[in-house]
Write a protein that binds this ligand. Structure first.
Ligand code: MN
Length: 291
């Protein structure tokens, strides 16, 4: 049975995160579809944008996170990351940084130094994935997943490629470890190419189109920067590329627990938010130099 399209939505207007990330938000603030799509709690998309050369550190300085994961996918450009867990890394085109904040980390995210010095086009996205109550206060964790480590499925008839970041597609597994069932893919389709998905009806499923134009389930057109949301009926999706197209598939089993969000803290109860603020103010998220 076909997984029905709930709607095709656009983002909020652009805003800057720090001075290095020009993003459009799809949810929660830019949400035009009026419901939660657990386990996903935030999607910021940075379409291609050219930054001139600078010797200044361009990006976002030290900030906390508790109770969820930040997933950063670079499509073009280079992003550097440091956190108070002692983890750091640089991701470039096709790489993913999957940071589990859990009980809490301090974090900073910048354009990588050489990339900033030369200037160049940045194209990336950041997704926040909620954690179930049982692991919200667990140990932080960090996964750098390079493009070459991703699962890869070449589609028949030279239609294109499905790159599996998390979960699986046609029995090919992605490298990311997740705490609840999630499928996250990058899909590259050639003009005229077709791809089919079979995803559980109860999952929250969406596409973010990053370039090109497609027809979904033979009836919905979606193009660059469109967000396609599916409802909870059916499992099967078909996508036909009207031109060379790239899109991201986000699919996950909802976490059936209350969500209370205050900025970078995502917990289950208001008291836990107060505790997070108190712990942050008391330096319990560790130490991270702001330079
Ligand atoms: Mn962060």
């Amino acid at each position: 049975m076909t997984k029905e399209v709930e709607g095709v939505f656009q983002s909020s207007a652009f805003h800057m995160v720090g001075d290095g990330f020009r993003v459009a938000n799809y949810f929660p603030n830019g949400n035009k579809f009026g419901r939660e799509i657990s386990p996903f709690i935030l999607l910021d998309y940075h379409p291609p944008f050219y930054y001139g050369p600078t010797t200044h550190k361009r990006g976002v300085g030290v900030h906390p996170h508790r109770g969820f994961e930040t997933v950063t996918l670079a499509l073009d450009g280079y992003v550097a990351h440091h956190d108070s867990g002692g983890n750091s890394g640089i991701i470039g085109p096709g790489d993913v940084q999957w940071m589990t904040a859990a009980s809490g980390v301090l974090h900073k995210e910048y354009h990588e130094e050489k990339f900033a010095a030369n200037g160049g086009s940045m194209h990336m996205l950041q997704l926040w994935v909620n954690l179930p109550k049982a692991v919200k206060m667990g140990a932080p964790k960090y996964q750098t997943i390079l493009a070459g480590q991703m699962g890869k499925v070449e589609l028949p008839a030279n239609a294109g490629t499905v790159i599996v970041i998390a979960g699986s597609y046609n029995n090919v597994q992605g490298p990311a470890t997740t705490f609840t069932p999630i499928n996250m893919y990058r899909v590259l389709l050639n003009k005229g190419g077709e791809v089919k998905f079979n995803l559980p009806a109860q999952h929250n499923t969406s596409f973010l189109i990053t370039s090109g134009e497609v027809v979904v389930n033979k009836s919905y057109t979606a193009k660059e920067k469109d967000f396609v949301l599916f409802n909870h009926k059916g499992e099967e999706i078909s996508v036909l590329a009207k031109e060379d197209t790239q899109f991201i598939v986000l699919d996950g089993e909802p976490i059936d627990e209350p969500v209370v969000q205050y900025g970078p803290f995502v917990m289950n109860k208001p008291e836990e938010i107060n505790q997070a603020i108190e712990d942050f103010n008391n330096g319990k998220f560790g130490v991270l130099e702001d330079k």
